[in-house]
Write a protein that binds this ligand. Structure first.
Ligand SMILES: [Zn+2]
Length: 101
C-alpha cells in the first residue's frame, strides 16, 4: 500500500503520528519531556557551527562542506545536532518565557 501514491502519504502520516504518540507516552512514563520541532525546520541544510543554510542540498548529498566556516558535515549527524539545538531552544523559550534568536 505504501507504493500506491494515493495511499502512501496517508499511511506515512498515520505511522508518524503513531510513532510520535508512542514517544510522548514513553517520555511521560519516564517523567521526561518530549519536544516536537517544526516539520519545516531545515535540520539537514543548516550548518550546526555557523548557521549557514545550504539551499541546494539534495537527498543524494550525504556529506557537504560549509562554504562559510569550512566545517565538513555528515548529513545525518549534522541534522541530529541541529534538531537537538532546536529542541533546547524551544525548551528554553518554554521555561524562561523568552523568545530566542
Ligand atoms: Zn558553517
Amino acid at each position: 500500500m505504501i507504493k500506491n501514491p494515493r495511499l502512501s502519504h496517508s499511511i506515512s502520516q498515520i505511522s508518524w503520528s503513531r510513532l510520535i504518540d508512542m514517544i510522548k507516552y514513553k517520555a511521560s512514563w519516564y517523567d521526561k519531556k518530549c519536544i516536537q520541532i517544526s516539520k519545516a525546520f531545515p535540520s539537514s541544510k543548516l550548518c550546526n557551527k555557523c548557521g549557514y543554510k545550504k539551499e541546494d542540498l539534495t537527498l543524494a548529498i550525504r556529506e557537504w562542506t560549509c562554504p562559510e566556516c569550512k566545517t565538513k558535515h555528515d548529513r545525518d549527524i549534522n541534522a541530529s545536532i541541529n534538531i537537538l539545538n532546536e529542541a533546547i531552544r524551544i525548551n528554553n523559550e518554554c521555561t524562561t518565557g523568552q523568545v530566542g534568536i
